[in-house]
Design a protein around this ligand. Sequence first.
Ligand code: 8YV
Length: 307
Amino acid sequence: MTKQPLLVLGPLMPYLLEELEKRYAVEKLYEEKDALGFLQAHAGRFRAAATSTFTGLKADMIDLLPALEIVSSFGVGTDSLDVAYANKKGIKVANTPDVLNEDTANMAISLLLAVTRDIVANDRFVREGRWARGETPPLAQGIEGKKVGLVGLGRIGSVIAGKLLAFGCDVSYHTRNKRGDVSYTYYADLVAMARDCAALIAILPGGDATQGIISRDVLKALGPQGTFINIARGTVVDEVALVELLQSGELGRAGLDVFVDEPNVPEALYTLDNVVLQPHMGSATVETRKAMADRVVSNLENYFAGK
Ligand code: 8YV
């Protein structure tokens, strides 16, 4: 049986590419020297494409793919995908929700503990021989009994909330609308939540609607004893304000997995001991990335099976 052509728009993990190649006649657009020329000659063959939250799918690319019916994206975020435009053109957009909830939530908890307990700074303290020289590091902060505010309470946010309860935290949340199905304290006003909380965790979608929602005012309200964790998107926070407030001590600590201009991280953060930095690793475990890859494949298979 001839394989259905599949256009892969950007690099994917090797396991996923292998699984796709078993089932489809894969063409890697990102390896074409003249991608536009390739599309002009061949675009009409592709009913399906695969991409990732990293590569995305913008309206101009959709316009170049007249036969496209489905795009299967690696990742849960849709901020880099022009979903509304795709749907308007009758193209289905599939992503990989749920399978990454636990590991991404674990990243939030790991950052919260690492930052409040000064794990990375104290690791440096030991390696630099300062403990051996008789120095004593400053006391860290506990999270037991503390108020932690979730900015966003979707699939991943809900898992984080459950895990925070196990650490004895008092969970509150800010979303556009109050949820009827949870008993956590709801704040319509994000500044008010930040003022009341010891830590804020950002776990809301990126994109225009949430751009800079964690503003300078929110971070200032969190204050010198406060901790900010971001595992959402760099765009949801005023990154300039974040760096300035961490430098001045007006914001206590931060654990950051995401940045505005990845992989570029504001260099001012490199020297700060009150910050733990990660290279966008929320879903990056062997187990979860495999499950995400399998979902990319099954989304395509289900589509072609008429499901
Ligand atoms: C991506 C992510 O999958 O799922 C998301 O939205 O941010 C990550 O898990 C990863 O960056 C690969 O594109």
